[in-house]
Write a protein that binds this ligand. Structure first.
Ligand code: SF4
Length: 526
């Protein structure tokens, strides 16, 4: 607060700085703690109803935030900090974060409010406004959890007609000397994705499951509060076993590197019914809540490669996700906001079918992934992009509704990462900023990468007729509907050339079948 403000009242501890910590800023190394003094500063944290109800939500996602926040609160108190903590449902609780901040400012009258930049544009602006209205000085600090600052990303993006992740990634590899041999990439190739597209020819054998973390008393309290206060959320809390502390998150990383990373690269695009994790890491939620630093993850993965524990295609493929894609996506988010959220380049207007919330469908792939999501709040990247995202794109769902769904059901969702991944990459709503073409495919892709089709009543090779796979029908219908719009996109040439081999009658039959199919999907009978 301004220097002329009245001094702290007698019944309130002196607060030099009020450090506001949000639910996805759970690191004692966060910028907000630079120069913090436990004897003079107060930390404020709040569980608020407005955040739970901002979009539909999964029980496990809300419980993860609350459990991890409460553990962080306790860790700070152990270090001597005064932590003011609002539990959801507390008497007279503030309902939103701006309201909570306002109350804290009024209560403590601090010299200054310190805040690591939130990962959401609207929240950053709202908190700025609140501090200004309350007459408090706000020290808004850039989030140095990330390896590329806003200035770094803008400097890289400046003057480029298109933003290509691959070039950004190479620049980051060079800058941080990751998987490099002198000036050259390890193995003389920057990207080994060609080696990372294998499917399982038969049922995958035993793969060590990700390490489980049994809820302790603090976590159990959070689970109980979610169950009591939010009975209408999606999914189940049964089997909640996510890492909720930095120590657990580091163990989860080491467990992944030891047991699943060696085959992560080769099988990262493979799916198998009833096997949600396969060789995947399951650490993205811990990363996005900042329980763990991406530098630690990168270091452990590179170390495993240097020690000969994992092949290069696994190490490179994983590091690209963290050092390349994750940082790139964040850069795009902040560069394009505000306004990015409203984009809808394909003019998709349909509502999200109910099956996305229930899994009630005869489509075996979608049924498996949605059921898995309701049980675990988790699906890996190909299940996200090439089953759920692909179907929403082909069906023509409004990108904002798709985004809300991903925000709701995925344990690791936070806006800066989910919005560009969903609206941009998966739904092509940004018209080509994140991806250079829509990620379209027919049911044959799913047939190649999984065993879903073997247990499905539909046939992925058929586009019309009673057994036609809805993905395949809607794939051709998508190309018919957007042929003109996508004409001229070099990367769509192959798909459009195949479309042009279809006769007028075939096209009409596909469009007619697609109309019937959409009705059935709306009615829940497909
Ligand atoms: Fe999915 Fe089509 Fe395969 Fe069925 S046939 S599992 S709907 S891709």
């Amino acid at each position: 607060m301004a220097a002329s403000a009245p001094s702290a009242r007698a019944d309130v501890p002196d607060a030099r700085h009020l450090i506001l910590v949000l639910g996805d800023q759970l690191s004692a190394d966060a910028a907000a703690f630079d120069g913090a003094d436990a004897t003079r500063d107060v930390v404020a944290m709040a569980e608020v109803e407005a955040e739970v109800h901002r979009h539909p939500n999964h029980r496990q996602r809300v419980a993860l935030f609350f459990a991890a926040m409460r553990h962080f609160r306790d860790a700070l108190r152990d270090r001597g900090f005064t932590v003011k903590y609002q539990r959801v449902g507390a008497k007279d609780a503030a309902e939103s974060l701006p309201e909570y901040l306002r109350r804290m400012i009024d209560h403590y009258r601090p010299e200054r409010v310190v805040l690591t930049e939130p990962g959401r544009h609207d929240l950053r602006e709202a908190l700025r406004e609140t501090a200004a209205e309350a007459g408090a000085d706000l020290d808004l600090r850039e989030d140095d959890h990330f390896l590329a600052s806003h200035a770094d990303f803008d400097a890289w993006a400046e003057g480029r007609s298109t933003l290509t992740m691959e070039y950004f990634y190479r620049a980051m590899r060079r800058r941080y000397g990751v998987l490099m041999r002198g000036d050259d990439p390890e193995g003389d190739r920057w990207n080994l994705d060609q080696e990372n597209r294998e499917a399982f020819r038969e049922a995958p054998g035993a793969i060590k499951e990700p390490i489980h973390f049994r809820p302790d008393a603090v976590t159990q309290g959070a689970l109980d509060d979610v169950e009591d206060r939010f009975p209408d959320l999606y999914g189940t809390l049964d089997g909640f076993d996510w890492p909720v502390t930095p120590g657990e998150a580091r163990r989860a990383v080491r467990d992944f590197v030891e047991h699943r990373l060696p085959h992560f690269g080769t099988y990262q695009d493979a799916m198998w019914a009833g096997r949600p994790y396969l060789y995947h890491s399951r650490i993205s939620a811990a990363l996005n809540l900042k329980l763990i630093d991406p530098r630690y993850v990168i270091e452990k993965v590179e170390e495993a490669y240097r020690e000969g524990h994992v092949p290069l295609n696994a190490a490179e493929g994983f590091i690209r996700q963290i050092l390349g894609w994750r940082e790139f996506i964040r850069g795009v988010y902040w560069r394009e906001m505000p306004g990015y959220h409203e984009r809808n380049a394909l003019d998709a207007r349909r509502a999200l079918p109910d099956l996305f919330w229930t899994g009630a469908t005869e489509m075996a792939c979608l049924r498996d992934v949605v059921t898995q999501l309701l049980e675990t709040a988790y699906a890996h990247h190909i299940q996200r992009l090439m089953v759920t995202g692909l179907f929403a794109l082909l069906y023509g769902v409004r990108p904002q509704a798709v985004h809300d769904w991903y925000m709701a059901l995925f344990i690791d969702s936070v806006e800066w990462v989910t919005l560009p991944n969903v609206l941009g990459m998966s739904q092509y709503g940004d018209g080509g900023i994140v991806g250079t073409k829509p990620y379209t495919a027919s049911g044959r892709y799913i047939q190649r990468q999984s065993n879903y089709c073997a247990g499905c009543r539909y046939d992925p090779t058929e586009a019309t007729g009673a057994d036609a796979c809805p993905f395949t029908t809607l794939y051709w219908d998508f190309l018919i509907r957007h042929e003109e719009r996508l004409d001229g996109n070099r990367r769509m040439n192959f798909q459009l050339a195949n479309l042009r081999k279809k006769s007028g009658d075939e096209r009409e039959a596909i469009a007619a079948h697609a109309r019937t199919l959409r009705r059935k999907i709306r009615e829940g009978t497909a």
